[in-house]
Design a protein around this ligand. Structure first.
Ligand SMILES: Cc1cc2nc3c(=O)[nH]c(=O)nc-3n(C[C@H](O)[C@H](O)[C@H](O)COP(=O)(O)OP(=O)(O)OC[C@H]3O[C@@H](n4cnc5c(N)ncnc54)[C@H](O)[C@@H]3O)c2cc1C
Length: 410
């Protein structure tokens, strides 16, 4: 068997890939014992979904989109992707609060790693979860709802607790979004007005290739219209792609044209390859009040960063209560790097960025490439020991353990 992740930098070591079509089949597979690991849509860049045993995907479970009577939540299956779910919700006049840069990822896999979009008031995508249903390491079905003991630990689970077969997500009435792109935001403006800039829309992303102190583009996803220059940046004279040199046709519509939330909140269209395609990614989350310091720290080493970088994206995420969320009790500024697809060239620069940000206690994105010392990493999460206890409780025999998890969780 040769299955790789989306980026192709991880060839999974699994003996087989199982595709159960019912929850009972999932339970039977788990009851056989491990090592077993669940593969979502494979968009993570490290070995978190890898195993030397068997892989399992829940992509073939029957699609489920049960909307609650009060239209405040939807119960979905563990295999659906955001792009499919969004179309179902939009037909019902409903929406999610936010989306990541791409709609291609599975909801369960994204929630497992606290995947996020942007917006000073928007929590990461896992914060929409009000109930999680999973088959634990003993083959038992477990349901945890918001308010239950352990719920806040189980939502961002890194694949360590079991097979997520269903999630219930908060939804809201569908809304329209306008996407505006501005070119060339000067460093002096960022230094003077970072908070106002980041709060300038429902979701704001700054894109830079770090070849200069300035930001190449600002993407504003707004509920209101806007016009004219903005903090000295000029409105783009045509559609843009976040990655220099990539076709703008792959991007969601810009120019302030109003459109449904699911066709504006992601940067990339479902029907095209997202991002560059050939790439690696890393991202670190710091407290928002340290945001400017983080940007200055990266600017100091930009001559080392720029040669192995395609583009960097700066976003915000609101604080939450999920134990392993990088946004746990911390309003966040997230600095993301889309690297070139060359692990040997990129890893030394990942080390450099980690060192530059270390005084700010950065929490890396779980699904991307990081080299943080596991002890330092654990110390950045107050509830880490509680999460380890949750893993022992729901996976006592280590059915879902893999070497990535062993290194991180101990
Ligand atoms: C082009 C690109 C753009 C991206 N943009 C963003 C972005 O805007 N914001 C952001 O935060 N991240 C982003 N990411 C990262 C991505 O969102 C995360 O890596 C996410 O976890 C991918 O989901 P997945 O389903 O592919 O998970 P996988 O990589 O398949 O799995 C991730 C983890 O979840 C576990 N898992 C998956 N499904 C289940 C399940 N049903 N039950 C139990 N465990 C499960 C796996 O075992 C693994 O440990 C991007 C990635 C790519 C490739």
């Amino acid at each position: 068997m040769s299955v790789t992740n989306w980026a192709g930098n991880v060839v999974f070591g699994a003996r087989a890939l199982h595709r159960p079509t019912t929850v009972s089949e999932v339970q039977e597979l788990v009851a056989r014992g491990g090592p077993l690991r669940v593969l979502g849509s494979g968009h993570s860049f490290n070995r978190m979904a890898d195993t030397g045993g068997d892989l399992l995907t829940v992509a073939d479970l029957p699609r489920l989109a049960e909307i609650s009577a009060d239209r405040a939540s939807v119960r979905i299956d563990g295999g659906v992707r955001y792009g499919e779910l969004a179309v179902l919700l939009e037909k019902e006049g409903l929406a999610l609060h936010n989306l990541a840069s791409l709609p291609h990822i599975s909801v369960a896999g994204a929630v497992a790693t606290a995947t996020h979009g942007s917006g000073v008031r928007n929590g990461n995508l896992a914060t929409a979860v009000s109930r999680i249903e999973f088959v634990d390491g003993t083959g038992e079905q477990v349901t945890l709802s918001r308010g239950d003991a352990g719920f806040e630990g189980a939502v961002v689970h890194l694949g360590a607790l079991g097979v997520v077969t269903s999630l219930t997500l908060d939804v809201r009435p569908a809304f329209e979004v306008r996407q505006y792109v501005y070119d060339q935001l000067r460093r002096t403006e960022i230094d003077a007005h970072l908070d106002e800039i980041l709060a300038g829309g429902y979701s704001v992303s700054l894109f830079t290739d770090w070849t200069s102190d300035d930001v190449n583009h600002v993407w504003l996803k707004r509920l209101e219209t806007m016009s004219g220059d903005w903090f000295g940046a000029r409105p783009a004279d045509g559609p843009r792609h976040p990655v220099p040199g990539m076709p703008a046709t792959n991007s969601t519509e810009q120019g302030g044209v109003p459109g449904p939330w699911h066709l504006r909140l992601p940067h990339f269209r479902m029907e095209f390859t997202p991002s560059a395609g050939q790439e690696l990614q890393s991202e670190w989350h710091v407290a928002r009040e340290n945001g400017l310091e983080a940007l200055h720290a990266v600017a100091e080493i930009r001559d080392r960063v720029a040669p192995v970088l395609q583009v960097s994206e700066i976003r915000t995420v609101a604080a939450d209560e999920l134990w392993l969320s990088p946004n746990y009790r911390r309003d966040t500024l997230a600095v993301h790097f889309t690297w070139i697809a060359d692990t040997d060239a990129v890893l030394p620069v990942v080390d450099l960025v980690e060192a530059a940000l270390a005084p700010l206690d950065p929490r890396p994105h779980w699904g991307k490439i990081f080299t943080t010392d596991p002890l330092a990493l654990r110390s950045r999460y107050e509830r880490f020991a509680d999460f380890q206890a949750l893993v022992r409780r729901y996976d006592p025999a280590g059915t879902f353990r893999n070497s990535w998890q062993e290194a991180i969780l101990g």
